[in-house]
Design a binder for this molecule. Sequence first.
Ligand code: ASP
Length: 319
Amino acid sequence: MKTLIAAIAGLALWAGAADAQNYPTRAIKLVVPFAAGGPTDVVARIVGNNMSKTLGQQIVIENIVGAGGTTGITQASQAGPDGYTLMMGHMGTHGAAPALYPNLKYDPTKDFEPVGMAAGTPILIVASKATPANDLKEFMVYAKANNQKLNQAHAGVGSVSHTTGQMLNVQLGIKPALVPFSGTGPALNDLVAGQIDFMCDQIVNLVPQILAGTIKAYAIATPERSPALPNVPTTKEAGLPDYQVSAWNAIFAPKGTPKEIVAKVNDALSKALSDEGTRKRLLDLGGVLPSDAERTPQWLAGFVATEVDRWNKVIKAAN
Ligand code: ASP
C-alpha cells in the first residue's frame, strides 16, 4: 500500500513537473480588472501581444470589472495555479486596496506569485474642454469657487484614479461629486464628451486624447516632464509642487503557480519589454519601462510590500 501511495505521489509530482516543462500548451487568460480601453487594459494588450509570440500560445485578455479592480483580482487569485490564469494588477489592487477594503479576500503580499513589472505610469490632472480653466493655477481657483458643482471620475474605490484624485482634492481643499466607472477608459469617453469635469489618471490612457486636443492636460505629477507629452508642465512648474504621484501595472499569478511557469512568463514579459516595437508602443503612451533589475519577480515582491505599507500610511493619515 505504502509503495502504491508513494508511486501515485511520485506520478503526480512527475506530471506536475512535466506540465511546467511543456507549459504553455493552450491559451493563457490574462485578467484585466477594469474595462477595455483603459490604461490597465492597454498595457495588458501591448505586452500580451508580444508575450504570445514568445510563449507560442495566445494570451487572451478577460476584463472582469468592479470594486476598484478587486473583483477581478479576487477571482483570478482563486483560479487554479497552473499558469493559465494570470492577472494585470496595479497600484490600487496591489497597493491601496488592503487599506480601503477591510474584507478584502486577498493579501497582495501573500496570495500571489509576482511575475514582473510591466510599466510605470505617471499621473496627470486632466479636464474636459468645457472646463473654463486653461491651466492648473486657473483650475485651482475655479475648483475652489465651484466646489459643489464639479464632478470627478474614478474607477472605483481604491483604484488609481480614486486614490490619486482624492489626494488632489485634499490638497486643494475641494469636495467634488465623485462619479464611479468600471475603468478610466469609459471615464475618459465621458470626459471628452463633457459629462465629467476632471480626473486624475495614468498617462497611458491619456496621451492620444491630449495630443488630439480633445481634453485639457493641466499637469503631470512627476519631477520631470514626460517625453511623450513635452508640452505638459509638471505640477511643480504649474504651481502644485506637493502633488507628486506615479502609478504602475504589473503581472501576477495565483499563489502556488510553479516556479518554472512563473519564470517562463517572466522571461516572456522581459522579452516584450526589450522588443523594439513593444517598447515604442509603451513609450509613445508615456509608459516608464522597468530596468533589468526591476523586472524580476523578487523585485516586484519587495515593491508590492513597500506599496501596501506606503498606502496604508497615506490612507490612515488622510482618514
Ligand atoms: N487606471 C484606472 C484606475 O485605477 C483603471 C483602469 O485601468 O481603467 O483608476
